[in-house]
Ligand binder design. Structure first.
Ligand code: FAD
Length: 371
């Protein structure tokens, strides 16, 4: 499809960009090296017919009416509020920390104000916490930090809390009430027919052609295109010229329970201190699927493997800035998404970024000269 816009990657960043450009009248070719669309949100039945997410649990949540409305053109939704328990000292306690967490861990019966006073007493104040450890110490103190977060973080990132950017711990709320929802966004839901079906509808357009199992070669494949939307790893695009940007990967292990409708009280149980895995997810809580048997998926963080999470340290941010300079000096290519922008993005944030990028490209292409 010479002359078409080329979109590399059929995850949220690529699929949303492709749809917007096609709706704006442009021919679009989407390629992905994987044999399926939906990127890391890909789901489908396991060997026992239980619907699972193949790259870890994906819960859709957003405060943006606009993003929710955009996606709602392509799916109905199943309302779903995610809940997580952590297994700590033989007890299951809510995460994020709330009143129940404190009372259950310390055999207390505090009301909201009592919890606030407790936290005030145990916290180790810091005027400007430079890393995740000092931020957690300054909000919840040593014991909660050690029992709920230190081990989890070491497993998840392979480094100590002290080395992690303060923004990572800054994303974790602390509540003094009984709200045990993992997210508090206005819209929280799962696509009623799953993510793969949602993506199939986004990409179902007469001006979009999708080719799967196709690897992009930046030295060759951008030629003759009106524009390229690249959603792969930014360091790979530039041949890892300055070295590899660090990523954390995951290995998934599934376990099917034929005799049970459900085995966990909530969708996800965190294991901060025991085991090599960080968390176990039971997808039927999230999907609402009615079927015999249930499947659990354990997540083992790994240094090697497909890139999942950009590692949020000062060193990786500095290395990324060098690649960003190359991005800024590369006309005709838009870098969008989790891998291309090297930042942790939730799905709704990726959709927002893709809508902005596609609007900019459409404006430029409408301005006649090749973008
Ligand atoms: P991706 O989904 O990774 O898509 C990029 C695509 O580009 C991939 O399919 C890849 O194969 C393809 N590609 C890359 N390079 C090439 C190449 N050279 N040639 C061809 N194809 C290429 N977000 C939430 O909002 N809620 C959650 O609950 C949530 N849970 C998550 C759990 C896990 C374990 C992880 C890792 C992430 C989670 N996220 C969640 C984040 C969510 O996965 C991302 O926001 C979203 O998938 C990013 O979309 P993307 O298109 O940028 O990247």
């Amino acid at each position: 499809m010479s002359g078409a816009v080329l979109v590399v990657g059929a995850g949220f960043a690529g699929a949303v960009s492709a749809r917007e450009l096609a709706d704006a009248g442009h021919a679009v070719e989407v390629i992905d090296r994987r044999p399926h669309v939906a990127g890391n949100a890909f789901d489908g039945p396991d060997a026992h017919g239980v619907l699972i997410h193949h790259y870890g649990p994906h819960i859709f949540h957003t405060n943006s009416d606009r993003i929710f409305a955009w996606l709602s053109r392509f799916t109905r939704w199943r309302p779903y509020e995610h809940r997580v328990l952590a297994s700590v000292s033989g007890r299951l306690v809510p995460v994020p920390i709330n009143r129940t967490t404190i009372n259950r861990l310390y055999d207390l019966n505090l009301d909201g104000e009592g919890v606030a006073r407790h936290l005030e007493r145990v916290r180790v104040p810091h005027p400007d916490p430079p890393d995740s450890e000092s931020l957690l110490l300054s909000t919840i103190g040593q014991d909660l930090c050690d029992r709920l977060f230190r081990g989890y973080s070491r497993k998840q990132w392979g480094i100590d809390l002290r080395q992690l950017d303060a923004r990572v711990a800054g994303r974790i709320p602390v509540r003094t009430d009984d709200d045990d929802r993992y997210f508090t966004d206005r819209h929280q839901a799962m696509p009623a027919d799953g993510y793969a079906a949602l993506f199939a509808r986004i990409l179902d357009h007469p001006r979009i052609r999708v080719r799967l199992g196709v690897e992009f070669d930046p030295t060759r494949d951008g030629r003759g295109r009106r524009h390229v939307v690249y959603t792969g790893p930014v360091d790979a695009y530039f041949g890892h010229r300055f070295g590899q940007l660090p990523y954390r990967s995951l290995r998934f292990e599934t376990e099917h329970h034929p005799g049970h409708a459900l085995v966990q009280p909530v969708a996800t149980i965190n294991h901060p201190n025991e085991h090599a895995y960080t968390r176990v997810t039971e997808f039927k809580h999230m999907t609402g699927q009615q079927c015999a048997g249930t499947t659990l998926v354990r997540e083992y963080p790994a240094a090697e493997g497909p890139p999942y999470y950009p590692v949020p340290t000062a060193a990786s941010a500095a290395l990324h800035r060098r690649y960003q300079d190359l991005v800024d000096a590369t006309p005709g290519v838009s870098f969008v998404g989790r891998l291309a922008e090297y930042r942790y993005y939730n799905m709704d944030q990726v959709v927002a970024a893709a809508l902005r990028t596609a609007a900019r490209i459409a404006d430029r292409l409408a301005g006649a000269s090749p973008a």
